[in-house]
Design a protein around this ligand. Structure first.
Ligand code: DHB
Ligand code: FE
Length: 272
């Protein structure tokens, strides 16, 4: 799902019922019930930091949060009033070891503040709880400083992450989330770009045609989905962690929220 910061502000400021926001939040009603029924123990949350925890001084392509707790970042107008994020260090360290031994280099992060890229998806699914009802492993992907990882690399990494999760000793209910996107550009002459046709095809291909979708190069995202549309490569990590054939449980697409097209899809493996 998307992570537009204005969505977090709409919730925090009690504006979700306003005409501008109501149709966006309506599309998450099903999902809130679905996750209340699913009760995941841990969410492996693939997201991007927006020059909050990382910056030009430090640019990991893939960073796994192994801490027991992640504070909410102040992005310029105070930290969002949301609960602290509790990590899952044992599982995170296991995934880190497994994935690195599976030929993917990860940066290990033991202290990190998390920004809207991580908190807005949690808010969309869980609303405003006293404490988040699950543990979260933050997995930060560089999509800010060129070059981001390719879609193919993200897709293959998702497969390695699945192998890691499945080889963990404890019997946990783990969800993998891919966040960011959909089409948007926040800067330059094309600021405000949204491409509904691209987004809808991306969602269709994500469900039924992931192998081909993984081959789409950066330049196509940049040209068709805008400079920040590149955030969508993160969805391919989630998709790689699933079977080739999946069941589409729910889909929601809404334009716009702030400057961005908002997409949301829930996929499950067929054998469950
Ligand atoms: C917006 C979208 C983003 O993905 C982001 O990180 C910041 C702002 C927006 O549409 O306003
Ligand atoms: Fe963003």
């Amino acid at each position: 799902m998307s992570h537009v910061p204005a969505i977090g502000a709409a919730v925090d400021l009690g504006k979700t019922g306003e005409p501008y926001w109501q149709p966006l939040f309506a599309g998450f009603e099903f999902s809130k019930q679905w996750i209340a029924d699913e009760k995941p123990d841990v969410i492996f949350l693939v997201y991007n930091d927006h020059a909050t925890a990382f910056g030009l001084d430090n640019i990991p392509t893939f960073a796994i949060g192994c801490a027991g707790e992640f504070e909410i970042a102040d992005e310029g107008w105070g930290a969002r009033p949301v609960p602290v994020v509790k990590g899952a260090p044992d599982l995170a360290w296991h995934i880190r070891q497994s994935v690195i031994q599976d030929d993917f280099d990860l940066t290990t992060v033991n202290e990190m503040k998390v920004d809207h890229g991580l908190t807005v998806p949690l808010t969309l699914m869980y609303g405003q709880p006293e404490a988040w009802p699950c543990l979260v492993i933050p997995f930060a992907v560089n999509v800010i400083v060129y070059p981001p990882p390719s879609g193919r690399r993200c897709y293959l990494l998702g497969k390695a992450i699945r192998r890691a999760i499945e080889s963990f000793d404890e019997d946990l209910n783990v969800q993998v989330w891919g966040t960011g996107g959909m089409s948007h550009q926040l800067q330059g002459p094309r600021a405000g770009l949204i491409n509904q046709e691209f987004d809808r095809k991306f969602l269709d291909d994500l469900v039924d045609n992931p192998d081909e979708l993984a081959n789409v190069p950066h330049i196509d995202y940049m040209r068709d989905a805008g400079s920040e549309g590149i955030e969508l490569v993160m969805w391919l990590i989630m998709r790689g962690a699933l079977d080739n054939k999946v069941k589409e449980v729910h889909r929601h697409y809404h334009v716009p929220a702030s400057n961005t097209a908002v997409g949301h899809i829930i996929l499950e493996n067929l054998r469950q």
